[in-house]
Structure formats: structure tokens, C-alpha cells
Design a protein around this ligand. Structure first.
Ligand SMILES: Cc1cc2nc3c(=O)[nH]c(=O)nc-3n(C[C@H](O)[C@H](O)[C@H](O)COP(=O)(O)OP(=O)(O)OC[C@H]3O[C@@H](n4cnc5c(N)ncnc54)[C@H](O)[C@@H]3O)c2cc1C
Length: 233
């Protein structure tokens, strides 16, 4: 299933508010946790349990715990085309052989080593920047193209046009869409575990749970993980 994160996140929050009475405070960092209280800029809340899901912000809450955890950051560059004309439909999401090297779900495939050797020999620049090619279409008819993966605690604010060129060059070898004009380029960042794990669940203090480290699969896995982590509470 493909969802448009810009729509899905907002609609999920609205549904949680409406159907489950969840109270949201947007644009409001939590500055301190001393149970039974959490503090923001202008409020103090009394709570029973806290789940710290602070993404790649390792510095604000429990910085010493994050510094000791097997985590790094991953920067991804992506591009989005203009809406495709005349209602043109891509159909299912497209990926290439390089994606099979990226996702652990393909690790058991017998032919994977041969694919790896071929990609390393013929596309070294793609390996260097962790590029694998994916194309999806959103409800507005735009195509999202991506992405690259550069790892490190420090994230370079400057995007590399070379990476965009590599992405577009390869996309052009297998996708014939009517309009590949780019209207948006951006980068995203997610935390990535360095020990090969799928998630990081830590309890730095009684009643406090850190949930992090879902890497590039958090939109997919977080619903199940949330159910498991909160089971029994
Ligand atoms: C370019 C890109 C493409 C991706 N594609 C996919 C995909 O196709 N499929 C998939 O499953 N996953 C995908 N992911 C991964 C997915 O987005 C992440 O795994 C997921 O967003 C992690 O969720 P999270 O809630 O842990 O952290 P985040 O989504 O990073 O959210 C953390 C939030 O906490 C807030 N915060 C931080 N500190 C504080 C504080 N002190 N007080 C209050 N708030 C705070 C931040 O502002 C942020 O809003 C992609 C990620 C990127 C960057």
C-alpha cells in the first residue's frame, strides 16, 4: 500500500483526536521529564507513562542514553515530478535490483550475491551513495523518485546535485513517464541502528520508554511495534 505521508500523518492525528480523544500539542518540544511530570515551554503535565519517540533528535532528551546507543543518522535525497498529464497512472510502485540489496527482506534470495557483484562492478557511484531506485505515484499524480542513503552522526545540510543526477539517469533507463520535470527536491533524515537490529526500545527511568531506530521502515512497522511496546499498559 502506498500512502502520501504529508496527507496520512495529518489525517491520522485528526482521527486519533476525534475517535480516541487524544490531545496533541504541535510545535511544542518536551524540555524535561521528571516523572510524574513532563515539561514544555509553557505547560507542566502530570502523567503515568512517557514514550520518547524523538526520531533523529538525540540531543534534547536523554542525550547520554542516545550517545551510548548503537545509532547513527541516515540522510536521504529524493525528488518529485510535476503531476503526470491526462490522468496517466504508474500502477504499482517500481523498484530495481538495487533495492533488493538495500532491504533485508531479500537477504535469503539465492541470486542476491550475483546481483551485488554486478551492481558493485557496474554502478560503483550508486553503491557509494547508497542509491537504490524507487518510483511511486501519489494521489495528485506526482511521481516520487528516490533515494540515496548517506550515514553519519553529522548530517550535511547541502544536498548533492550529483546524487539527483544519478537518480534521474538510472530512472530514465527503466521508466517512460510522460513528464519527468522535477518540481521538488528534498532530503529527509532518520535514525539507523548500527547493530543490524530492527528497533530500539530502552527504559532509561521507571515509567519512561524510548522507542527509536526503525530506520527506513518506520512508516510500515511502527503500528505493530506500538502495539507490542504498550501491551499490558
Ligand atoms: C526520505 C524518507 C523516506 C522514507 N520512506 C519510508 C517508506 O517508504 N516506508 C517506511 O516504512 N518508512 C519510511 N521512512 C522512515 C520513516 O519515516 C521513519 O522510520 C519514521 O518516521 C520514524 O518515526 P518516529 O516517530 O520514530 O520518528 P519521526 O518520524 O522522526 O518523528 C519524531 C518526532 O519527534 C519530534 N521531537 C523530537 N524531539 C522532541 C521533543 N523533545 N519534544 C517533542 N517532540 C520532539 C520531532 O520533531 C518529530 O516530529 C522514510 C524516511 C525518510 C526520511
Amino acid at each position: 500500500m502506498t500512502v502520501n505521508p504529508r496527507e496520512a500523518s495529518a489525517r491520522l492525528a485528526a482521527w486519533l483526536e476525534r475517535a480516541h480523544g487524544v490531545t496533541f500539542r504541535f510545535g511544542t518540544p518536551v524540555n524535561g521529564i521528571q516523572l510524574p511530570h513532563i515539561e514544555t515551554k509553557d505547560e507542566k503535565w502530570k502523567v503515568d507513562n512517557v514514550y520518547v519517540c524523538s526520531g533523529y533528535d538525540f540531543e534534547t532528551l536523554y542525550p547520554e542514553v542516545f550517545a551510548a546507543a548503537p545509532l547513527t543518522r541516515c540522510k536521504l535525497q529524493m525528488l518529485r515530478t510535476v503531476p503526470q498529464p491526462d490522468g496517466w497512472k504508474l500502477g504499482p510502485a517500481l523498484v530495481t535490483g538495487m533495492s533488493m540489496l538495500h532491504y533485508a527482506s531479500f537477504a535469503h534470495c539465492k541470486g542476491l550475491e550475483a546481483v551485488k557483484q554486478r551492481v558493485e562492478a557496474t554502478l560503483p557511484e550508486y553503491v557509494k551513495y547508497g542509491i537504490h531506485l524507487m518510483v511511486t505515484q501519489n494521489g495528485a499524480g506526482e511521481l516520487s523518485l528516490g533515494d540515496s542513503h548517506e550515514y553519519g552522526w553529522e548530517v550535511d545540510p547541502f544536498d548533492k546535485e550529483h546524487i539527483s543526477d544519478l537518480i534521474l539517469r538510472y530512472i530514465n533507463t527503466f521508466l517512460h513517464a510522460p513528464a519527468l520535470d522535477i518540481q521538488e527536491r528534498w532530503h529527509g533524515i532518520y535514525p539507523k541502528l548500527t547493530n543490524g537490529g530492527h528497533d530500539l526500545v530502552l527504559r532509561p527511568a521507571p515509567g519512561v520508554t524510548i522507542v527509536n531506530g526503525l530506520g527506513g521502515a518506520g512508516m510500515t512497522l511502527s503500528f505493530g511495534l506500538a502495539r507490542d511496546v504498550t501491551a499490558g499498559e
